[in-house]
Structure formats: structure tokens, C-alpha cells
Design a binder for this molecule. Structure first.
Ligand SMILES: [Zn+2]
Ligand SMILES: [Zn+2]
Length: 266
């Protein structure tokens, strides 16, 4: 049984066949699905999905792409909504949020403001965080370091603080995140022949810190490039991780599912 820790099934690309997509995921061995709501207008649809489908949970946050609509004037009302939503039994995390320096529609200062407010809120609410980071690892690590103290070893993770989702950094970044108590989320790019440095990270890091995700409808596996991704393709990610770790597929499924349950307290 697998857990897809990151999907966007409220996306309009699933409007025509959402229930079939969820049924296919279940048939493919995905026992639990975490719906990630990344802007205020997706929060309620995500919670409704989680209420409707017993295998689904929701995480609510504001993606850095929306930082120019979530400044000091707008944030207090958004924080109030997030506090209310966080009381829902199916809302298990805050995110995705973070820093994204690729195709920026706003400034680094705007992103930094929103990133720190959501870190503070997650700590206040005692929820794990789902962190998005693209080409911003240095700034991200600086901020995370202020909120999450370093532990003495990258291998000990009694209570994970969150996940660096769709990890795309170097091995040194991976080590830093693990020291701050984070798990790393891996997606179908591990199946791409060109993703050598990502595969190296998977090979070197402890399986105890790995969670699997699809990021559906984005990032389809190698065999389905150019198509819409969906949670039923999660086994392709698990198989790639198993090959890199020289483990069996059941071992990887079991271990990463246990990691996800610990992380999201399921
Ligand atoms: Zn993301
Ligand atoms: Zn995402």
C-alpha cells in the first residue's frame, strides 16, 4: 500500500473524471492521498474532497506564486481562515508554501514575508509543513534554521517538522534539511534518465526520510511524459526508488507509507 503525499486533484484538469482518477489510484495500491491546496480559493474544494473520499486528507497553504496577493494587508484574514480550517479533522498540514525563484511574479521580499508567516502559523497550530522550494535553497535553509533547530544527526527524526516536497536540490541541501528534521518528497523526476543528481540523492539518503508523491496533474513519469499525471502512477516512483535503494517494492512501499503516517500523524 502506497501513500501519495502530494496531489492537486481539485485542479480543473480533473473536472471531467475526478472520481475515476481516485478509483484508479485505489486500484493501483494508493491507500491514502493528500490533497494539497495552494491558494485560498482551493482550500474549501480540498476540504470537500477530503470529506467526500475516506482515503483523502487535505493540506492548506499559500504557494509563493501568490505572494503578491498575500501581503501584510491580506495576511491576517487569511491566517484566521487557516486557523479555522486547521481545526477540521481532515486538515493535517499547512502547505504547500515556500520560496520559488523560477518564473517569479513577485519579489523575494514578498515571498519571504508569506513564507515566514506560514512557518509561524504552522508552529502555532502544531502542524507539519509542506514546503515548496525551487532554486531558493540557500534562503529557504536560512529561514528554516531560525524556526527549526538542528539535531545532532541526519538519521534521527523523532518528530518530523515537515517535508521538502518534490526535492530538487543537491546532496548537501538534502543533508541540511534532514538535520532540521525534514523528510524529502520524491516524484516522477526520479524516473527520468537525465535526473542523475536527484537519483544520487535518493541512493545516498536514508529510506527512513523518504516520502513519495506525484504532484498530479504535473510531473508524469518517464513512460507518460507529455500526459496529465495522476496518483495511479505513483508505483512508477516507488519502483524507481526501490531500484536505486536496491530494495524490494514492498519494502519501499511499507517504509515510505510508515514515514508519511509519522510525518502527517495519520
Ligand atoms: Zn510545489
Ligand atoms: Zn504541488
Amino acid at each position: 500500500m502506497l501513500i501519495d503525499t502530494h496531489a492537486h486533484l481539485a485542479d480543473s484538469q480533473f473536472d471531467a473524471d475526478r472520481d475515476a482518477v481516485i478509483a484508479r489510484a485505489r486500484d493501483a495500491g494508493v491507500a491514502t492521498l493528500i490533497e494539497i491546496a495552494e491558494s485560498p480559493d482551493t482550500w474549501d474544494p480540498a476540504v470537500r474532497l477530503a470529506e467526500t473520499h475516506p482515503l483523502m486528507y487535505a493540506s492548506v497553504g499559500i504557494h509563493p506564486h501568490h505572494a503578491h496577493h498575500a501581503g501584510p494587508a491580506e495576511w491576517p484574514a487569511m491566517a484566521e481562515r487557516l486557523r479555522r480550517l486547521a481545526g477540521h479533522p481532515k486538515v493535517i498540514a499547512i502547505g504547500e508554501f515556500g520560496l520559488d525563484y523560477v518564473r517569479m511574479q513577485n519579489t523575494r521580499d514578498q515571498q519571504d514575508f508569506l513564507f515566514r508567516r506560514q512557518l509561524e502559523l504552522a508552529l502555532e497550530l502544531k502542524k507539519p509543513v509542506v514546503i515548496h522550494c525551487r532554486e531558493a535553497h540557500e534562503d529557504l535553509q536560512k529561514a528554516l534554521g531560525e524556526f527549526f533547530p538542528k539535531s545532532s544527526t541526519a538519521f534521527e527524526c523523532p518528530r518530523p517538522s515537515g517535508v521538502i516536497h518534490c526535492f530538487s536540490g543537491a546532496w548537501s541541501d538534502a543533508q541540511t534539511y534532514m538535520l532540521h528534521g525534514f523528510m524529502l518528497g520524491f516524484d516522477a523526476p526520479v524516473t527520468y534518465p537525465s535526473a542523475k543528481s536527484l537519483q544520487e540523492v535518493v541512493t545516498r539518503m536514508p529510506l527512513e526520510r523518504v516520502v513519495l508523491e506525484t504532484d498530479s496533474p504535473y510531473l508524469p513519469p518517464q513512460t507518460r511524459r507529455g500526459q496529465r499525471n495522476e496518483p495511479a502512477y505513483l508505483p512508477a516512483v516507488a519502483e524507481a526508488v526501490a531500484a536505486l535503494k536496491r530494495k524490494t517494492l514492498p519494502d519501499v512501499s511499507q517504509r515510505t507509507s510508515r514515514n508519511a503516517r509519522t510525518l502527517f500523524r495519520l
